[in-house]
Design a protein around this ligand. Structure first.
Ligand SMILES: O=C(CO)COP(=O)(O)O
Length: 257
């Protein structure tokens, strides 16, 4: 049984004080750890204070990026080792914005994945529909070459822990509301690719999240899809009440607030 995972990706929003205040506002209303995992991906400087504030809760503190090396002369970089020290249990790697704005490619992301794994911090590997997209007989086909590249030399024992995500480029940060069927199709194809690479047992275990314009109105329909195990939420995660509504998507709103 795959445990649902709902993640706020705050990107470069919220300073340390705002991050801590947010956690103080939501921590009493988080779901049971046995039912669901909840996490917040924030700027690296806020992680340590967030971890302290979240003590006693099941909230996962997540880094948004890490260096490909663990130590050395890389001015301005932050290693997965230091992120783990700061309290991050997961690190997002290969987000669409990292690929698009900072020119990260599959090789670099693969190095980052392998470095993170040596520190015990769990990668959340993001993929998008820019993998290879081809139209055959009027149907869109995604070929998940990105996945093969970023998972190179990743052992099956490690893949068991890794979380994957599907974030179509046109839905991230856009006004286009995610269509649950598209979310399902993308996640299902990622699972199929994992099955081809690692076999069906691991493909059934790995969690695959959907990201791109998720909000309190559409999260239930997205989470109802069989291959969608969670959501990566940008803009709609910035307000505590909206975030709580989304992490408690299984309950009527009146029971949450
Ligand atoms: O980038 C995202 C999550 O990683 C999605 O961002 P939005 O929810 O703002 O579209």
């Amino acid at each position: 049984m795959r445990k649902p995972f709902i993640i706020a990706n705050w990107k470069m929003h919220k300073n340390i004080e705002e991050s801590v205040a947010f956690i103080n506002q939501i921590k009493a209303a988080l779901p049971q750890v046995s039912d669901e995992e909840v996490g917040i991906a924030a700027q690296a400087v806020a992680l340590s204070s967030m971890k302290q504030t979240a003590r006693g809760t099941n909230l996962q503190i997540i880094a948004q990026n890490a260096a490909s090396e663990l130590a050395g002369p890389y001015t301005g970089e932050i290693s997965a080792r230091s992120l783990a020290d700061a309290g991050a249990s997961y690190v997002m790697l290969g987000h669409l914005e990292r690929r698009r704005l900072f020119h990260e490619d599959n090789q670099i992301i693969n190095q980052k994945v392998r470095s993170a794994l040596t520190t015990g911090i769990t990668p959340i590997i993001c993929t998008d529909d820019k993998m290879v997209q081809a139209e055959v007989n009027g149907e869109i086909h995604y070929v998940f070459d990105q996945l093969k590249g970023v998972l190179r030399d990743v052992a099956p024992a490690h893949l068991q822990k890794i979380v994957l995500s599907y974030e179509p480029s046109w839905a991230v940060g856009s006004s286009q509301t995610a269509n649950p069927k598209v979310a399902q199709q993308g996640c299902q194809r990622i699972r199929q690719t994992v099955c081809n690479l690692y076999g069906s047992l691991l493909a059934d275990q790995v969690r695959i999240l959907y990201g791109g314009s998720v909000n309190p109105q559409n999260i239930s329909a997205i989470m109802a899809q069989p291959d969608v195990d969670g959501a990566l939420i940008g803009r709609a995660s910035l307000r505590p009440d909206d975030f709580l509504e989304m992490v408690n998507w299984q309950q009527p709103v009146s029971n949450v607030m």
